[in-house]
Design a protein around this ligand. Structure first.
Ligand code: AMP
Length: 482
């Protein structure tokens, strides 16, 4: 059933023509680990022993630092490589779905790594299967391989453009072929992708924090709808150039606001804005919209930290680290098993009694999804002696699932989709609750002269989906029946 389809969160990285290619991709993925902790992979162009090139790939379940041992990276020599980190909800957590996906086609070897979800992935796949295509994974991304392989275009670039013309939804994608990297973003530009430069070699990454780690300079963001080819002008070792081979126009931009709310790392520049600064603005706006008399502002670490700083600066209420996070456990929400998630909060967070006891607390988090985390934290703070707990959320109520590459549960499991704000307050046992307004959210990311309503996707908060998804229709029917 389409609405049981798993959702994927991912990060991508690529580098052309650098002597340390796979090592640099490894470091890039290490910096992008927050975008997916379930599997990771690197694909590199290596000599095939006959004077040509083939693509070697190493993919594994687990974290980047555990997967890529010295031996493994040595199996990926060569100077051009792409990489991927991935998380998906239950059903999709299998090694066969780990990326990059690799195929040998009539146009040569080809590998692809994709961030985002295609809204017509199922339909394209069904059509290809009906014509005899055999799929090896459950991932949306595999349709790219089949479409490239079947394209009648004479070269990989043309075939890649053919493939992109047949898919709809969210993709920031990097692809590897002999002598080149092809990369692009969907016409709405849901997910980020940036171009950088290191030692004369171009690099691509989901986020700039990966450039900071390897010492690459940010060149520019890949535009919404833009597809580029990076190649060396006269073969390996010579100066590189970037060619734009498609610039799709006519669709409104739909940058994912949730990258700024939660998903991206605060030290990254995403859609031209630093994430930490944006989160501070969300927090300041939240303080204006939902002021409260309190003694301390306490973030839920790490997701609420920068918004809490903004709230504290705006309100004048001191900021305190009243909850300490154990960094040696995975993101509990992200564990596919429900049993682990329920156990998770205590494993991850502990209150500092000396800061909390006897105080009126403003508790800041970025979002409430099912409500289980907030409920446990409020209880934890009360047990540690908090006099009052005022929950403040630095985004609007999450009322709609994401079909474009953020892992959110089905609509019925989103507490704000089925409960009033007062009922949520009651459920999480907070004294008061306040969410940032949709207008306040967009104000915080707007620059002079632009219209953030036409630039950002806020579907998870507004229910307005910029690209229709059959999944959405099915889910709405299901909600109506429930
Ligand atoms: P819940 O217990 O379902 O309400 O989860 C809320 C917590 O999950 C908040 O602390 C958020 O920071 C975090 N969160 C929100 N969206 C995601 C996501 N896509 N992946 C992982 N964690 C998330």
């Amino acid at each position: 059933m389409a609405f049981d389809k798993f959702r994927e969160e991912c990060g991508v990285f690529a580098i052309l023509d650098h002597k340390d290619a796979s090592n640099l991709v490894y470091l890039g993925l290490y910096a992008l680990q927050h975008r997916g902790q379930e599997s990771a992979g690197i694909a590199a162009l290596v000599p095939d022993g006959n004077g040509g090139l083939r693509i070697a790939a190493e993919r594994e379940m687990g974290h980047v630092a555990d997967i890529f041992t010295h031996e493994r990276l040595q199996r990926l020599p060569g100077d051009t490589a792409i990489g991927h980190v991935r998380y998906s909800t239950a059903g999709g957590s299998m090694l066969c779905n780990a990326q990059p996906l690799v195929a040998s086609t009539a146009k040569g070897p080809f590998a692809v790594a994709h961030n985002g979800n295609l809204v017509n992935g199922d339909a394209v796949r069904a059509e290809l299967e009906a014509r005899g295509a055999i799929f090896n994974s459950q991932s949306d991304t595999e349709v790219f391989l089949h479409l490239v392989a079947r394209s009648l275009a004479p070269d990989v670039e043309g075939a890649f453009l053919d493939a992109l013309a047949q898919v709809r939804g969210a993709y920031s994608v990097v692809a590897l072929a002999p002598g080149r990297i092809v990369a692009g973003r969907d016409p709405n530009g849901f997910r980020p992708l940036v171009l950088g430069m290191l030692d004369g070699s171009y690099v691509l990454s989901s986020e700039t924090c990966a450039f900071d780690l390897i010492g690459a300079e940010l060149v520019r963001e890949i535009g919404a709808g833009e597809v580029i080819v990076i190649e060396s002008e006269a073969g390996s070792g010579s100066p590189q150039r970037v060619r734009t081979i498609r610039q799709a126009h006519g669709q409104r931009e739909a940058r994912c606001i949730f990258e700024h709310v939660y998903f991206a790392r605060p030290d990254s520049v995403v859609f031209g804005r630093n994430v930490a600064a944006t989160r501070k603005r969300f927090g300041a706006q939240l303080a204006k919209e939902h002021p409260v008399d309190a003694d301390v502002v306490v973030p839920v670490p790490d997701s609420g930290v920068f918004a809490a700083l903004g709230y504290s600066l705006q309100s004048g209420i001191p900021f305190e680290y009243g909850l300490v996070r154990n960094h040696y456990v995975g993101r509990t929400f992200i564990e596919p098993k429900q049993s682990i998630r329920h156990f998770g909060v205590k494993v991850k967070l502990n209150p500092v009694r000396e800061i909390i006891a006897g105080k009126r607390i403003v508790l800041i988090d970025d979002s409430i999804v099912r409500g289980t985390t907030s409920k446990k934290i409020v209880r934890m703070l009360k047990q540690a002696g908090a006099k009052e707990v005022h929950m403040r959320i630095s985004s609007p109520p999450t009322i709609g699932p994401c079909y474009y590459g953020i892992d959110t549960p089905k609509r019925q499991e989103l507490i704000a989709a089925t409960h009033s704000i007062e009922a949520i307050r009651d459920y999480i046992e907070a004294d008061t609750i306040g969410y940032l307004s949709p207008g306040g959210l967009l104000d915080a990311v707007s620059s002079e002269g632009d219209n953030p309503e036409r630039l950002y996707c806020t579907a998870c908060f507004t229910g307005e989906y910029p690209v229709p998804s059959s999944e959405e229709e099915l889910t709405l029917e299901e909600t109506a029946r429930a």
